[in-house]
Design a protein around this ligand. Sequence first.
Ligand SMILES: O=C(O)CCC(=O)C(=O)O
Length: 420
Amino acid sequence: MRWRAIRAPDDGRSDWFAAGARITSTVMNETQSASEPVTAPTRAEHAAGMAAYQEAGLRLAAEIGNRGPIRLTDGGRLHPDILAAYWKHGFYVFQGLIGGDEVAELRRDANEMLERAPVGPDADVDARGRPALGLDYARRPYLFAKPLADPWGGTGLLSGRHPTQMTQPLPDEDAPADVVFLMSSMCQAMPSGLRLYGHPHLLEIAAAINGDDFVPFNDSIFVKQPGLGGSVAWHQDGVTHWGSPDWDEGIHGFNFQVQLYPTAPASCLWVAPGTHKLGKIDIEARVRENGGSEQLPGALPLVCDAGDVTIVNRQMLHASFANTSSELRISLTFGFHRRKSVEGQKGALGVEADEVVYDAQRIFDRSSVIAVAVDARRQHRPDERSFVYEPFAGLEDDFRFNDETFERVIRDYNLNDLAI
Ligand SMILES: O=C(O)CCC(=O)C(=O)O
């Protein structure tokens, strides 16, 4: 049976979206029948079917606000009103936090990384026939996906935290077989990425949320190319502490996203405000109760300009849809934890080959990337006030940015990521 486009109903959700979900979703509803295959929407049909949902999301975003320039107290700490707004809704958008000159440097490096990607998941050369970037990295820095696909939804990947699968529209006929979906190793591959990691305002935000002894999580760059970028199914990031006696709304930390281009509802990350307070959410039930549709009510798009930075609590329900729009999104994504959330915990999210427990040495090694990043930034921007990272106070001279620390600290630093 051919999939049919159906006018979006008044509730802002389109029936075709539910229909599209039937062939791809692991969530079944009573009308679903395996003997009635339904084809996926085209790119244009998908975009049209999202329109009413996007409008509803934009209205909610305008109601809630939770965005503005960073404000600091006289002592240089994050303003308590912003912190309170973050804890209330689980997200905040810092407008214009990264200056235009720095965005330009980041774009240049990110685009260079994209150009130097292998031509496909099994290739070793880039589109110009050069050896691809990262052949000598312990972990290859590129993750590919099929165009407009949802590579994680409904799978056991990443600790199975994406239980349902998003609609996977049909890409245009001339679309490549595989597209870059994620790039990692930002601090190794991009000089400007390392410097961003030492940004005093970003680190001040991390300290305000997670305490002065905060520690890193990981980093990855989400690439949503126009008409090609895949989706990320609804999920909560944290996997370790749901049953912890110490559970609270901040125990799994938060993620930054630094936006290199303006984002639109079709391309950007969506969040369900307040869900960071709810504990582990039954996502399958939410989608099922929504008629099988991934257009979950109560969510809003984190629409940004270039240079805006979002923070999103890792317990928030969030997702992004197949990018059937003509907007490019490149989001530098990196997170931070409370130290006590990580120490003594087993590595999660499938990043460890063996069961590794995060001890003080492991945490120190991964955190030393921050110390080197602060110095790399100081050398590049000598007039800016540097962030003082408390765990490395007094150790600064051991972690100056130079060839020796690049080899000792930065090379393959992500083998020490702290995933919970
Ligand atoms: O940016 C995206 O599209 C997805 C980001 C996300 O799911 C995450 O950071 O956990």
